[in-house]
Design a protein around this ligand. Structure first.
Ligand SMILES: Cc1cc2nc3c(=O)[nH]c(=O)nc-3n(C[C@H](O)[C@H](O)[C@H](O)COP(=O)(O)OP(=O)(O)OC[C@H]3O[C@@H](n4cnc5c(N)ncnc54)[C@H](O)[C@@H]3O)c2cc1C
Length: 455
């Protein structure tokens, strides 16, 4: 991992500011290098404008083990970060599960994982952002200094400014994780177990007690598995799901397991959750042994899926890859609908607690999501080729009907009016006029709504 001093960081930032000023308000987009964790869409317009190269911003500036904070540039990946912090007995409180997701992408886009029922998303663990505005000025935002703008950077997907430095909190970590899998035969049993696990451990989340990781894999309406991870000092054995074994399949079969903490944090990386199964030979042991290093792992899989963009273009529509957050009170309703309409498994389920209603969501819409637990349901790879049904659009409208919100990483179908009923137009416009007054970056709706309704 590369590190740098604040002065070296400031030099790199000055170069980026110069490039932005030279663009003089012409449309640009942030190019951080590496792979993008957004769904490839034929004819994608998200990366068409001029690029501002920020790939040099990928160094750790400081880890303060005593204060449990880290200052890092946005291009640092979570795999790189964890490699630095775990030897100190620390980790970020929210580590997105794919190794190539970056600190900046997690702030500007979305991020969640199995401690999100305590901490929310990665943004909620951040204390300060340095942002380069659309006009090339450097601005510091924090929960104390311009909290209105600080909150709007989250979920702005590179449309308000460039996140150039992030200060965030770390939590204690131990070297191993003991996995406990609770297999449930009905949704009611599963929901009760999920609520009990999140209520008990969230309530007990004091600094002296190691938090319990909580997520779930639903293999079907009669096989739902709650996954509880307990950090421990030692382990009688550790399983390895990097090559031979397949993590999500192990969950369906086992009651208990042990993983190294790094392998736990990136347990879904090898298969990119379960997207590898869309190419069945990738689940065959000899193929995994022989070709795994070139094909397995989220970064490889995403690179290949982009190379196959043209083939994807020949399909009617890309597969559905999408996270939706539904208010906990309506989870059962969503699940009934999902079983009847989608019937696509596994479904990844992650409990999530917004510490307060996010400012970028319309206040009326945010209330239901922020009152109690929200549930993230992640659909990875449902085929969407039927002539008469667009599953992506169906998922979007049902999520909206239930008062939920979805991430913008895939196809989006909203009319402009509906979109700005869910997102906070006033707060977005106010932030845009301060951070990007000349509209160098695209507007959020124009950048991400890629399947306009016929109006
Ligand atoms: C298949 C798949 C699986 C996923 N699984 C998970 C998961 O397990 N856990 C999880 O938390 N998330 C998951 N995600 C979502 C992922 O965390 C978000 O899409 C995140 O925004 C990706 O960040 P990235 O670093 O890859 O950035 P990119 O994908 O390159 O960028 C994401 C957005 O952020 C903007 N951006 C990036 N860097 C900056 C910056 N420095 N300043 C301003 N804007 C910036 C970009 O313009 C872009 O709009 C998944 C996504 C996909 C497609």
């Amino acid at each position: 991992m590369r590190s740098c001093s604040l002065a070296e960081h400031a030099d790199t930032v000055a170069d980026i500011c110069k490039a932005l000023k030279a663009a003089a308000g012409a449309p640009v987009h942030v190019d951080k290098g590496g792979v993008h964790h957004v769904v490839p869409i034929p004819g994608d317009k998200r990366h068409r404008s001029g690029r501002v190269d920020i790939s040099a911003l990928s160094r750790v500036v400081r880890i303060d083990a005593e204060a449990r904070t880290c200052v890092a540039e946005p291009g640092v990946t979570f795999a790189e970060l964890v490699a630095e912090t775990l030897p100190l007995g620390l980790m970020p409180a929210v580590v997105p599960e794919l190794e190539g997701i970056t600190v900046g992408g997690a702030v500007a886009g979305c991020s969640l994982e199995s401690l999100s029922y305590i901490y929310g998303g990665f943004h909620d663990t951040c204390v300060e952002y340095e942002v380069i505005s659309g006009t090339g000025e450097v601005i510091t935002l924090s929960r104390e200094e311009r909290p209105d703008l600080f909150e709007m950077v989250h979920g702005s997907y590179g449309t308000l400014g460039i996140v150039s430095l992030v200060t965030f909190r770390l939590i204690p970590a131990l070297p191993f994780v003991r996995m406990e899998y609770r297999h449930c035969g009905t949704f009611a049993e599963f929901e009760a177990a999920l609520r009990a696990a999140t209520t008990a451990t969230a309530a007990g989340a004091d600094p002296g007690v190691m938090p319990v990781f909580v997520d779930a894999i639903v293999f079907g309406p009669d096989h739902l598995v709650l996954c509880l991870g307990h950090m421990v000092d030692s382990a009688p054995y550790v399983s390895d799901y990097r090559r031979d074994g397949i993590y999500y399949r192990s969950v369906a079969e086992r009651a208990q397991d042990y993983l190294g903490t790094t392998d736990y944090l990136f347990r879904y990386d090898t298969e990119c959750h379960w997207l590898s199964r869309t190419v069945p030979p990738l689940e065959w042991r000899p193929v995994r042994r022989l070709l795994g290093r070139w094909f397995l792992g989220s970064t490889n899989l995403i690179r290949w899926s982009r190379r196959l963009d043209r083939i994807l273009g020949m399909r009617r529509r890309p597969d559905v890859v999408c996270d939706v957050f539904v208010p906990g009170a309506r989870f059962a309703e969503f699940f009934d609908w999902y079983e009847a309409v989608f019937d696509f498994w596994p479904l990844w389920v992650v409990p999530y607690r917004m510490p307060q209603p996010y400012r970028w969501i319309d206040p009326d819409h945010a209330t239901g999501l922020a009152s109690g637990l929200a549930i993230d349901c992640a659909v990875y790879g449902k085929r969407n080729n039927r002539r008469d049904v667009d599953y992506s659009a169906l998922l979007e409208s049902e999520t909206h009907r239930l008062g939920g919100i979805k991430t913008l990483i895939g196809r989006n179908h909203y009319s402009r009016e509906d979109f700005w009923r869910i997102y906070n137009r006033d707060a977005y416009d106010a932030a845009k006029s301060e951070l990007d007054p000349d509209a160098a970056f695209d507007d959020l709706y124009d950048k991400f709504v890629n399947d306009h309704p016929a109006t």
